[in-house]
Design a protein around this ligand. Structure first.
Ligand code: FES
Length: 120
């Protein structure tokens, strides 16, 4: 029997096996969770916020803690989706990313144009 992982804001609940990471669970269920470094604890794009069941995730290791400090939207229950493993039922939220805080500029392409056209 698997555990239940609920993803917000989609409000989708899926089954997960023990020790699967949140990123693995998301990918297996076609839930979009960015993972620019491929799940190697080298970026913060897989940032998630735990809403329920914090104790049902594997404890945070130092590497994850250090990396999370670089995350612009850090909250007291933030984790990296590629580092925390499921040990029970959890509810997590994939935070909306602020386009002004992205590391990569490509994602900003066209953003200014959109603003300009909306002012007309
Ligand atoms: S995917 Fe880069 S830290 Fe998780």
């Amino acid at each position: 029997m698997g555990y239940k992982v609920t993803f917000l804001p989609h409000n989708v609940t899926v089954e997960a096996e023990k020790d699967e990471t949140i990123l693995e669970v998301a990918m297996a269920n076609e839930i979009e969770l960015e993972h620019n470094c491929g799940g190697n604890c080298c970026c913060t794009t897989c940032h998630i916020i735990v809403r329920e069941g914090e104790q049902n995730l594997s404890p945070m290791e130092e590497e994850e803690e250090d990396r999370l400090e670089e995350c612009a939207e850090l909250t007291p229950t933030s984790r990296l989706g590629c580092q925390c493993k499921v040990h029970g039922d959890v509810m997590i939220e994939i935070p909306e990313r602020d386009p002004f805080k992205l590391d990569g500029l490509e994602e900003l392409e066209g953003y200014g144009n959109e603003l300009l056209s909306s002012e007309q």
